[in-house]
Design a protein around this ligand. Structure first.
Ligand code: NAI
Length: 326
């Protein structure tokens, strides 16, 4: 199978180049993102391999079909950037539902620890031989309440980490997990009682901006929000307003509503036009990483292996275990 691999970064090649030949895959790597305009690069390829910020709208899907592409292999868990209805009956879509829930949950915990104990500020101070610790106080996580929205693979790992810290765990999920060692409550109670609120649900019409001015108003003063799922789960302007007034104590973000135009690229020489992002980044209690929660060696290996297995299963005409069905 010839695979057109979009939005390639050096860390993608690591395992795909190592494992690809074992699956008989011939991979053409492109740095460009996938859009209707870049779709023609996939000419001659049976499969397109795409990532979180590629644009798989109806135009792109029709362009790929016209080129004879037979499969879209997402090398990620989320598929909110794919117009599944447009693809239905034309192009099967496979994904990697789980590669390392630990990678993402541990990153969320890292954001929390860094933000709470102000490690990012301490790092900068000590490098400048500024050994003052004034203004760096945090709070004990032990005894506090973590609120988790979405108790799938990642949310459950994050809950385990929080319990390890000695936190009480509340959760909201319309499909509660059996045996979950926390208390399921409604969104309103979760907002009211959480000291740390972490988002681990997919982006869907139901969860779009689930954190907004109304839900923030319910939250405890000084609460910390973590988002390692998808940017549009949070209304960024409402978040910024609550951080400016001090209503919220901090935000650890690995994703951002308008990230597609910026993330994964070096924009340091550009004048970034997104004023909400610029203002968020100017706050000392905002820690933003560039959608890197998945980026561990174990996760990269698992992503490459599952993606290549998905493609091989399609080639063999086997049932697609990881097909996105809508
Ligand atoms: P999962 O499918 O195992 O769990 C998602 C959970 O969310 C399920 O329990 C589901 O019932 C729940 N859910 C669905 N609708 C909901 C709603 N309206 N309110 C509350 N919960 C709801 O998914 P997993 O593997 O835990 O991943 C979660 C999300 O993390 C993904 O959808 C993806 O957006 C994000 N992600 C981010 C990565 C990163 O690098 N930052 C990497 C991998 C995933």
């Amino acid at each position: 199978m010839k695979i057109a691999f979009y939005d390639t970064k050096p860390y993608d090649r690591l395992w795909f180049s190592e494992l690809g030949p074992r699956y008989g895959a011939e991979i053409r790597y492109f740095e460009s993102r996938l859009t209707a305009d870049t779709a023609p690069l996939a000419s001659g390829c049976g499969c397109v391999c795409a990532f979180v910020n590629d644009t798989l709208d109806a135009r792109t899907i029709d362009a790929l079909c016209a080129l004879g592409v037979r499969l879209i292999a997402m090398r990620c868990a989320g598929f909110n950037n794919v117009d599944c209805r447009a693809a239905k009956g034309k192009l099967p879509i496979v994904r990697v539902p789980a590669y390392s829930p630990h990678a993402v949950a541990e990153h969320a915990a890292g954001l929390l620890l860094c933000l709470n104990r102000k490690l990012h500020r301490a790092f900068n101070r000590t490098r400048d031989f500024n050994f003052s610790i004034s203004g760096l106080e945090g709070f004990d996580l032990c005894g506090k309440t973590a609120g988790i929205i979405g108790t799938g693979r990642i949310g459950r790992c994050f809950a385990d980490i929080c319990r390890g810290f000695g936190m009480r765990v509340l959760a909201y999920d319309p499909m509660p997990a059996e045996g979950f060692a926390g208390e399921y409550v409604g969104v309103a109670r979760l907002c009211r009682e959480s000291d740390v609120l972490s988002l681990h649900c997919p982006l869907t019409p139901d969860t779009h901006r689930i954190i907004n001015a109304d839900t923030i108003a319910l939250m405890k003063d000084g609460a910390v929000i973590l988002n390692t799922s998808r940017g549009a789960l949070i209304d960024s302007e409402a978040l910024l307003a609550a951080l400016k007034t001090g209503k919220l104590g901090g935000a650890g973000l690995d994703v951002y509503e308008e990230e597609a135009a910026l993330f994964f690229e070096d924009n340091s020489g550009r004048i970034v036009q997104d004023d909400v992002l610029a203002r968020l980044l100017s706050l000392p209690n905002v820690l933003l990483t560039s959608h890197q929660a998945f980026l561990t060696r174990e996760a990269l290996y698992s992503i490459a292996r599952t993606t290549l297995e998905n493609i091989a299963a399609f080639e063999r005409g086997e049932p697609l275990e990881n097909e996105v069905r809508v």
